[in-house]
Write a protein that binds this ligand. Structure first.
Ligand SMILES: [Fe+2]
Ligand SMILES: [Fe+2]
Length: 386
């Protein structure tokens, strides 16, 4: 029994265009991508109607879905305390670290870009160090906002998923996500130099995920797409940061996130076997839309806007940076194998395979899927593990 919308059938399925799915024809139209800048919400809050039927189940048989039950037991043993398990007395000199990154030969997020013909061609040390600091403020702010999205989505999954093992597991994830919002927020407040509003592309995606009434769309949008990309992004930052508190914080968060993505894959595998071709196509289209929004969100539009760099210049330097192209593709190293494991890549006529090929990320299809991730399967608390 599912709460799915089944009013589509194969005969009436209409293939949606890029314009209908993402609001532009060309997926790499950089000026369009840079034109969406997240707005500061003067009200201090943002409401989304979640259209969600809260579902009681009368089947309380714990362990009917053994893989979910196992994950739930692991989650209970792996809780940590963001207040006491991290050493918040660690001094962090953000400017010094940003300057060091500059001295080490990296101008920052655009180390390899050609700057000819742009305002950035005349930048000196001061501007690049400022960019490094602002980019870090922005990135950590987006992590924090994304974590709040995960907090709301997981609470919604507790309400909507029909299986008791999934409700139990999702409840542990609600606690995990609260802790993640807490630690990113505290790091921003106490160690960095400013907050940013939610990125425009990320905001559109989170609104779409929260507003969808079908419980499996919350899973696909949040557990597979948003969290899959976050897990890869946290991994990059963990590998590159020299700052010990941030490194430890990310290590703990990643151990939780690996379980979260595994939860998504394990749950959807069972459901997708029961869906029609038309329903699967709709999920392929949602995965594509989410993938592009996740990719586009990483461009840091709000940083450029705050620094007064024109949309055209920002788009040009980003497009021409070969390191950035590699980094962007690598962010999909978790998402693509997970979509393959769910059968979304090749269902129907392989529509999503074609789209991921266009995006330049299909090469990750045979990387390890997240149900095998060492962190997802690790025993006990991450405290002390490194
Ligand atoms: Fe999280
Ligand atoms: Fe998560």
């Amino acid at each position: 029994m599912t709460q799915l919308d089944t009013n589509l059938d194969d005969a009436t399925q209409v293939m949606q265009s890029n314009m209908q799915l993402i609001g532009r024809d060309e997926i790499n139209d950089m000026e369009a991508i840079f034109s969406l800048v997240g707005a500061v919400d003067e009200k201090g809050s943002h409401a989304v109607v979640d259209n969600c039927p809260a579902l009681f189940t009368w089947d309380y048989e714990k362990g009917f879905r053994p893989a979910l039950d196992k994950l739930y037991e692991k989650a209970k043993r792996s809780q940590w305390n963001g207040s006491t398990d991290l050493d918040w007395s660690t001094p962090v000199d953000q400017e010094k670290l940003a300057h060091q990154a500059y001295v080490d030969g990296s101008r920052g997020p655009l180390a390899a870009a050609s700057l000819d013909g742009t305002a950035l061609a005349s930048w000196g040390e001061k501007e690049w160090v400022t960019l490094n600091m602002e980019y870090q403020n922005w990135m950590l702010s987006q992590f924090m906002h994304g974590e709040q999205g995960a907090l709301l989505c997981t609470a919604k999954i507790v309400e909507t998923v029909p299986w008791i093992d999934a409700k139990y597991y999702a409840a542990t994830q609600v606690m995990d996500e609260a802790r993640h919002v807490e630690v990113f927020s505290r790091y921003l407040d106490s160690k960095l130099s400013g907050h940013y509003q939610m990125n425009g592309h990320l905001g559109l995606l989170l609104d779409d995920i929260v507003a969808d009434s079908r419980w499996d769309m919350t899973y696909l949008g949040m557990q597979i797409m948003v969290e899959g990309l976050a897990l890869a992004a946290f991994g990059f930052m963990h590998a590159t940061t020299q700052e010990p508190l941030l490194k430890q914080l990310l290590r703990y968060v990643m151990a939780d996130e690996a379980r979260h993505v595994a939860f998504g894959v394990l749950s959807l595998q069972e459901l997708y076997g029961q869906l029609s071709h038309a329903e699967i196509r709709e999920r392929q289209e949602f995965a594509f839309e989410a993938a592009l929004r996740m990719r586009d969100r990483m461009q840091g539009q709000e940083v450029w806007d705050r620094l007064g760099v024109s949309r055209h210049d920002a788009a040009q330097v980003t497009l021409l940076d070969p390191d950035r192209v590699v980094f962007q593709a690598a962010l999909f190293s978790k998402i693509v194998p997970n979509c393959k494991k769910l059968g979304l890549l090749d269902a129907g006529d392989g529509w999503l395979r074609t789209k991921f090929t266009e995006m330049g990320v299909i090469a990750f299809e045979d990387w390890e899927d997240t149900t095998l991730d060492a962190d997802a399967n690790a025993e006990g608390s991450p405290v002390g593990r490194e």
